[in-house]
Design a protein around this ligand. Sequence first.
Ligand code: 6PG
Length: 236
Amino acid sequence: MKNVKVFEDTAKLNQEAAEFIIATANKAVNVYGRFTIALCGGSTPKGLYELLASEPYRSAMPWEETFVFWGDERYVTAATDDYNGTLATKAMLGHVPIPEPNIYPVPTHLPLAEAADAYDKEIDSFFEGEAVFDLILLGVGEDGHTASLFPNSEALNEQDKIVVATTAPHKIAERITFTYPLINAADNVMFIVAGNSKADIMKEILNGEAEKYPAQLVQPEGNLYWYLDRAAASKL
Ligand code: 6PG
């Protein structure tokens, strides 16, 4: 099931996304006793992360029972601002009562292939062999990539591993990313897309040729949500 929601502006998008995350988290904790989420990187989610760390959202989240992973990571040291984990820590995780052991950063201190393999095994072990996230947050690049699944990359064809090392046509080329088997097993996947720069690709993705871009191959078992601001939806 695909839900496309367009919000007046980025602030409203972030509020609605925060409310959805909180509702999903509390429902998961009621049913499973925990909430598992994979965060996305890039710049779009910064406002959402900051909002979740502020009242009333902060107190509404079951942080004690929340377990955080990343859908992709740049292969840089964890101390730099290019590391997706840094954005989430500075904007949210460093300001909320989430137990440190509940946070699973990508181990980029290891050699690239080892880091991907270690994260793959860590997620597999955490979920006891059947990795199904309650929620995976994703962004979209102007080239239609999502997580670090870029057009024409080998990672798009991976059907066995749930995490792989890959390369990006960006200045930070070495990446670690969830693969489609992991993303598409999720109970909920939410794309968060904002700004005029995403209007063209969003028109292609939602109204254009099917399965042309990596983001279009996100077809989860569970629910798929597209949360857009008006600017990103302006050419739909
Ligand atoms: C990353 C992200 C990537 C991001 C998109 C959108 O590591 O950069 O995970 O997939 O979500 O590139 O990035 P912006 O939000 O900065 O436009």
